[in-house]
Design a protein around this ligand. Structure first.
Ligand code: NDP
Length: 450
């Protein structure tokens, strides 16, 4: 069996790869298990040096990785370059974290009590197609820093950069068997990793639906799981905000990566007194988003990942369209930037994750109403608050049930700060020092001194 990898901007085949199944998954887990004891025992200095070398190799091969990601995912080359830059930063960060992941000493009677952060063993990393290299690094960095060995399963649609990253890991001196990459379907390879008795933990990013299945299957072996799932984040704009600034930024917070972003601010909540003015500004800003050849330096938005996904996205647009942009002619899974609204929070486009360039504008009456609507979703991943009133900014930021929130900004992710969801957006945190907790176990040791 083979896997055909397609460029979503041209619909051309870019690679044919062998498809892994259960047997290959078991073999990869066995390799990772064998490599574990010696990787665990590598002293902090050399382990940090290998991760640092990997970061440098990502930088040195950055243009190749960015081009590969653009051809495989269809994302604009400027975005891919930025993402590869972040991958290098992630490995630099976790190389620095290796010898700063301290235990504690705890005052007790009759002796000394201390804690150690032990690696888990073999960990399975399951990654989606929207940010293949980035999300792989968010998991690999802390997993390797803590001394685990890894079986990484990228999405079958987008395996190319993960395969290249594994080669760079070897070149960096990380021993054979420590990083294993498998290209194969989630329901076979992913499922086997989740069920495998020798896999200690699953770090999963993907849909809430598949994440629920991962959690259920992991229960059989009491496997640890970290779940980074879907989102339906609110971009809350108060009448006292800098409306021009908020409107200019809003399209990029939902049309970035063609909307295929778990942090997409796909619900824009606007205070009713400024609704008309804001909608006008938003539509103007949306008109400025440049779609086109992802390899063109000036392109801001590429196609969707597949024809099947485009059909699903289209099913969300069935009326009350305030703006629909243009798409390039010819082949490729293109979908136009679309502003829908005003709508209520009850409509499907406001409730479900579209995962495409479609934004729903929803009016609210006052601060309490904004908080109520923003929280009226099963998800809780990200979001923004736009206001010039500092007290209100903090009040609302604290009241929103979401893992990551920005004030007068639409950023969600930084290498050194924790990222992850509330509610059905998952649990566990990636990035920053918090990310290490998901790849280590606390051991408590008591030594009697009397
Ligand atoms: P899926 O949940 O379908 O797939 C995610 C990964 O899981 C893929 O590698 C997939 O493999 C694998 N998989 C599929 N079925 C199983 C299974 N039964 N057991 C184990 N693994 C399986 O999500 P998509 O790839 O469609 O990605 C989009 C979704 O991911 C969106 O809903 C989005 O919100 C979410 N996401 C969340 C992020 C976050 O940080 N919270 C970040 C990015 C995306 P394969 O595709 O090869 O079959």
């Amino acid at each position: 069996m083979s896997v055909t990898v397609v460029n979503p901007a041209t619909e051309e085949t870019v690679a044919e790869l062998d498809e892994a199944g259960v047997e290959e998954t078991d073999a990869a887990v066995a390799r990772a298990k064998e490599a574990f004891p010696s990787w665990r025992d590598v002293a902090p200095g050399p382990r940090a040096a290998m991760l640092r070398r990997l970061a440098t190799l990502v930088e040195e091969n950055g243009e190749e990785l960015a081009r590969l990601e653009t051809r495989n995912v269809g994302k604009p080359i400027s975005d891919s370059r930025g993402e590869v830059g972040m991958v290098a930063e992630v490995f630099h960060f976790y190389s620095g974290a290796v010898d700063k992941h301290y235990g504690e000493t705890i005052p007790v009677a009759g002796g000394v009590d201390m804690t150690f952060r032990e690696p888990l063993g073999v960990v399975g990393l399951i990654v989606p197609w929207n940010f293949p290299l980035n999300i792989s690094s968010w998991k690999l960095g802390p997993a390797l820093a803590c001394g685990n060995t890894v079986v990484l399963k990228p999405a079958e649609l987008t395996p190319l950069t993960a395969l290249r990253l594994a080669e760079l890991a070897l070149e960096a001196g990380i021993p054979e068997g420590v990083v294993n990459v498998l290209v194969g379907p989630g329901r076979v390879v992913g499922q086997r990793l989740v069920e495998h008795p020798e896999v200690a933990k699953i770090g999963f990013t993907g849909s809430t639906e598949v994440g629920r299945g991962v959690m259920q299957a992991a229960a059989a072996t009491i496997k640890r799981v970290t779940l980074e799932l879907g989102g339906k984040s609110a971009n809350v704009v108060f009448a006292d905000a800098d409306l021009e600034k908020a409107a200019a930024a809003a399209p990029y917070a939902v049309f970035g990566n063609a909307g295929q972003d778990c942090c997409a601010r796909s619900r824009v909540l606007v205070e009713r007194t400024v609704l008309d003015r804001f909608l006008e500004l938003l539509v103007d800003a949306a008109k400025g988003v440049k779609l086109g050849d992802p390899e063109d330096e000036s392109t801001e938005m590429g196609p969707l990942i597949s024809a099947e996904h485009r059909e699903r996205v289209a099913s969300f647009v069935d009326g009350n369209v305030a703006f629909r942009g243009e798409i390039p002619e010819g082949r490729g899974f293109w979908f136009p930037c679309t502003v829908v609204g005003p709508v209520t929070n009850e409509e499907r486009v406001a409730r479900e994750e579209v995962f495409g360039p479609v934004v729903a504008v929803i009016p609210f009456e006052d601060e309490a109403d904004a908080i109520r609507i923003a929280n009226d979703t099963p998800y809780g991943l990200s979001g923004s608050v736009w206001t010039e009133n500092g007290s209100r900014a903090l009040r609302v930021a604290r009241a929103l049930e979401t893992g990551v929130i920005s004030v007068n900004s639409n950023s969600s992710v930084r290498v050194s700060t924790p990222f992850g969801g509330f509610k059905q957006s998952g649990f566990g945190r990636e990035l920053g020092m918090h990310g290490l907790a998901g790849y280590s176990e606390v051991k408590n040791v008591f030594v009697a001194t009397e």
